[in-house]
Ligand binder design. Structure first.
Ligand SMILES: Cc1ncc(COP(=O)(O)O)c(C=O)c1O
Length: 458
């Protein structure tokens, strides 16, 4: 067991001061990190952990990638921020190169700082382009925390409680997900039919019937890594077309490369009218955005506050970092790497699932997977506490995982080598074994972030 989770006095002191002065969700124990290198993070005592969430799913190239370090250093000396009414070569080249990864005519980027902002730009575009009103999102979707994006979010938990009239009516969340594992019928084809029929009815009966857009993640990650069938997603496209609505895909969790396709929607025979990006395309800097067609861009120019500017979007430093990262993703064919290693990961995780009863299901694609932790396979009852136990024992194994509710995420930096992935999987297997054997945990895990969030009763 690489880490015994006994921390130095300095470490404990920093954790105590964090608790006193910083308001934020924290997993327990509160580990304080001070360095990252490749796929690993190091805490202030020098303990090493594989970063199994790539930061916030953002570090496609891992920590301190030498070519990104060079870009950051040179941009820090040269040019960090400017008026968003002017531009710079890095923003132009980033948008241009990103357009080469997308099917024509998706080519115009409106930059944003966060994924939430990118999704709000997409919503503004849909309203401006259609002159319509309702935006329908998917149950179990997540689109961000700014208030319009939060309204589209229904991932569950206490996120929207108490927000009242600050959010749009709940009727917005009316696409019934293709969540086959937890569907009331066993046959995925049958659930496709039912969920699509329900979606059509909800759109017809609960909206104003002035539908501007259907907005969803092509694979809904935070809601449980819900991978729909090609037929289901094609039908969503058809429903959008029937209503004269645009189709918006939120790829913040998915692009680039980690699912084994540059854009996750390429796993399906569906192309959206608008696609948003964040996290994995940012390299950890604030370089998010919304891509659409020149036609939609022109139609919406001057409406709904578009194009969106703000203070920081398309700043030279984050754009240069995003550009360097994008060039490396394409040069090193990280999409192919994720697809190839994804086959291996899929096989190994299937073995882990077969071995451990608490792993009810494993879903995802390429290098992005999620373990659905259950009390037993028959009832499929979500077991968030076991998820936390796995996360805790994984720390002892030198794996830094995110567990939210009963979902344990496997999202290493896309540069992870075959040997590193093999090592991570061995450690994960050992952590699950200890969690199932109910080894002692010397902290109160009910205070750990996701369990604490679930316990809110308001
Ligand atoms: C699918 C999805 N969309 C949008 C967002 C919001 O991104 P940000 O936190 O950068 O606003 C998130 C954040 O987790 C996300 O998972």
């Amino acid at each position: 067991m690489p880490n015994d989770l006994s921390f130095s006095n300095r470490h404990k002191d920093l954790a105590a001061r964090d608790k006193e002065y910083v308001l934020g969700w924290r997993f327990e124990p509160r580990i304080v990190f001070e360095r990252g290198e490749g796929t690993r993070l190091f805490d202030v005592d020098g303990n090493a952990y594989y970063d199994m969430s790539s930061g916030m799913m953002s570090l496609t190239l891992g920590h301190a990638h030498p070519e990104l370090v060079d870009t950051i250093k040179s941009m820090a000396e040269r040019f960090t921020h400017q008026s968003s009414w002017y531009t710079n070569p890095w923003a132009i080249e980033f948008a241009e190169l990103l357009a080469t990864t997308l099917p024509d005519p998706l080519k115009m980027t409106n930059f944003a700082v966060t994924g939430s902002e990118a999704n709000e730009i997409a919503m503004r575009m849909a309203l401006g382009a259609t002159d319509r009103f309702d935006i329908c999102s998917m149950v179990r979707g997540l689109h961000g925390g700014s208030l319009a994006a939060e309204s589209m979010t229904s991932v569950g938990g206490a996120r929207r409680r108490g927000l009242g009239p600050l959010t749009l009516p709940a009727k917005s969340n009316c696409i019934v997900p293709a969540f086959y594992y937890r569907a009331p019928v066993d046959d995925p084809d049958q659930w496709d039919e039912i969920s699509l029929k329900m979606t059509e009815e909800l759109i017809e009966y609960t909206t104003s019937q002035e539908v501007a857009a259907l907005m969803l993640e092509p694979i809904a990650v935070p809601g449980g890594m819900i991978v729909p069938s090609d037929k289901w997603l094609r039908s969503i496209r058809e429903i959008a077309d029937r209503w004269g609505a645009l189709l918006i895909f939120d790829e913040c969790q998915l692009a680039p490369a980690r699912t084994g396709k540059f854009w996750a929607f390429e796993h399906f025979s569906v192309v959206p009218d608008i696609v948003t990006f964040g996290k994995g395309l940012t390299a950890g800097f604030a370089n998010c955005g919304t891509v659409t067609t020149p036609e939609i861009a022109e139609k919406t120019r001057g409406t709904m506050g578009l194009p969106w500017a703000g203070t920081y979007p398309q700043d030279p430093l984050p754009c240069a970092v995003g550009l360097t990262q994008l060039q490396i993703v394409l040069r090193d064919d990280l999409t192919g790497h994720a697809a190839r290693e994804g086959v291996f990961i899929g096989e190994r995780l299937a073995e882990i699932q077969a071995k451990h009863d608490c792993v009810g299901d494993v879903r995802g694609k390429g290098l992005y997977r999620m373990l659905d932790i259950v009390t037993d396979r028959k009832t499929k009852t979500p077991d968030a506490e076991m998820g936390e136990r796995i996360r805790y024992h994984a720390l002892e194994e030198g794996l830094l995982l995110i567990a939210v509710k009963n979902y344990v995420r496997f999202c290493p930096p896309t540069i992870a080598t075959h040997d590193e992935l093999d090592d991570m999987l061995g450690r994960l297997d050992a952590a699950i074994t200890r969690a199932e054997e109910k080894h002692d945990i010397d902290i109160d895990i009910s205070a750990s972030s996701s369990l604490a969030a679930n316990s809110l009763t308001r």
